[in-house]
Unconditional design. Structure first.
Length: 477
């Protein structure tokens, strides 16, 4: 008998992995796993029938459905805000979001995690940005197969819950390397909490898929988030692509651990992405991280025997007190009810005040959104970078910085904003840095293309380049 069950579905471009997890008095158990390959080529009716047949054999209802995606399917940004903005924290976050999204903000859905960083004396804000079209595509697919997810989450947050339950790991720095076919992802956790995410494409060629390349990216990530050099870190490998297992030599890399070592219960798989998603569903509530827009969330209720047993005991106790108590006991009971009513009224007034503030903030955000407009989108820039690139040109880093300030008070229209600087820093490999620079200078909205570094790499006989590109300064209306 399970106290609660959850259906975890890992959604990717290649396959669906369905895990059914059950919660018992001893912990969490993986009941069964089912995999559907190349589901894009199958009729939705057949997919629905296949999943329902799988669940029917397990006698599990279609409730508590959580869909997980890997973090590389969303854009991740971390920003830090001073503690002084606590009263206007939501407004400050909204402005950060508008700076990060170069196009219409309504085309994206943003979910956030806010944590107070007492050491740095600031708020750490983790922003996860996903196109609304992608969310709608995922929800439409599950609706057509008669499934209605309660959560759409990322695997990294499921692993966070697993690490926090591990007494040996929750106080350490942990890296999880999710190794797939064409790329790999690195999730970083500090003191059990999710801290950073990085996704890296595998370098083309026979030497591209090497564990040494993964470890170099782990080292870069550790330095980026300022981990202490003398602090031990734990590195776990999750094999989305089993071919990676052949690359791991235990004699050469004895410190590398299999992802299964994170959990206490035995799981006969080397890919725990779907399992981690299910853990998130078991440990979460309606206010937890959810990439489904609030207006589209639907939560199904499920029977839990523990609350039912507790309520039954309470009812028996109340019946006993009612039969044995006198006038004063009844009076005390009524007094407690009245106190509860007063408390609820206070909470109601507080919530009503918050709603009014949210409504005001939304109006301000809509006004600011109409004022802000980026003249050149990232898609246009990436298009030009790609079209001007040669056959052996690879870009592995792209960073855009836009600095905006109000116009001079002497101007007639003080509502105008001006771009002060709009710069892009890119790096990568190419046959000739000068040739690539020359071709980029022909782009009409590139004001300047400055080569900040160019070094010939002995590894692949290509030049390692770094360019700083300035976008033409234009007015914002």
């Amino acid at each position: 008998m399970y106290l609660k069950t959850v259906i975890s579905i890992l959604y990717s471009d290649a396959e669906l992995i369905i895990d059914v997890l059950g919660k018992t008095f001893k912990g969490v158990e993986l009941i069964a796993r089912h995999k559907i390959d190349s589901f894009y080529n199958k009729e939705h009716l057949l997919i629905r029938s296949e999943i329902e047949e799988f669940l029917e054999e397990l006698k599990v209802p279609k409730e508590n459905v959580v869909v997980g995606i890997t973090p590389d399917q969303v854009a991740f940004r971390k920003v830090s805000l001073p503690l002084e903005v606590e009263d206007e924290l939501e407004d400050a976050i909204s402005l950060q979001i508008m700076n990060l999204i170069p196009t219409d903000i309504t085309d994206f859905y943003v979910e956030k995690i806010v944590r107070e960083n007492k050491e740095e004396k600031c708020f750490d804000v983790f922003l996860f940005i996903i196109p609304r079209e992608k969310v709608e595509t995922i929800l439409k697919f599950f609706t057509e197969i008669d499934f209605y997810p309660q959560w759409l989450t990322i695997t990294a947050l499921g692993y966070e819950k697993l690490i926090l339950e591990n007494e040996d790991l929750k106080s350490k720095d942990v890296f999880i390397c999710d190794l797939s076919y064409e790329s790999f992802s690195i999730y970083c956790y500090k003191n059990g909490r999710f801290e950073y995410f990085k996704h890296t494409w595998i370098i083309p060629g026979p030497r591209g898929k090497e564990i040494s390349q993964v470890l170099k990216e782990v080292e870069k990530t550790a330095s980026l988030i300022r981990l202490s050099e003398d602090e031990d870190i734990e590195i776990f490998l999750n094999f989305t692509d089993e071919l990676w297992r052949e690359k791991v030599d235990k004699n050469e890399y004895p410190f590398l651990k299999n992802i299964n070592e994170i959990i206490n219960t035995p799981v006969p798989y080397n890919n725990l992405n779907s399992y981690a998603t299910g853990i998130f569903g078991l440990k979460s509530n309606r206010r937890s991280f959810n990439l489904i827009p609030k207006e589209e969330r639907v939560f199904a209720s499920s029977i839990s025997y523990i609350p039912t047993l507790v309520l039954a005991l309470v009812l028996v106790l109340l019946l006993f007190l009612n039969l044995t108590s006198g006038y004063f006991q009844k009076k005390e009971y009524l007094g407690e009810i009245n106190q509860g009513i007063v408390k609820i009224k206070k909470e109601y007034r507080r919530v009503a005040g918050i709603k009014r503030k949210i409504s005001k903030s939304k109006d301000e955000i809509l006004l600011l959104n109409r004022l802000m407009f980026h003249p050149v989108s990232n898609l246009d820039i990436i298009k030009e970078l790609t079209e001007k690139a040669g056959p052996k040109t690879y870009i592995d880093s792209y960073n855009r910085s836009v600095d905006i300030k109000p116009s001079s008070p002497k101007k007639k229209n003080n509502n105008r904003l001006f771009f002060i600087s709009d710069t892009i820093n890119i790096s990568g490999y190419t046959e000739s840095s000068i040739d690539y620079q020359t071709r980029l200078m022909d782009v009409k909205f590139f004001k300047s293309v400055i080569m900040t570094n160019s070094v010939r790499s002995n590894r692949n006989n290509l030049e390692r380049f770094q360019f700083k590109i300035e976008i033409s300064e234009e007015k914002v209306r």
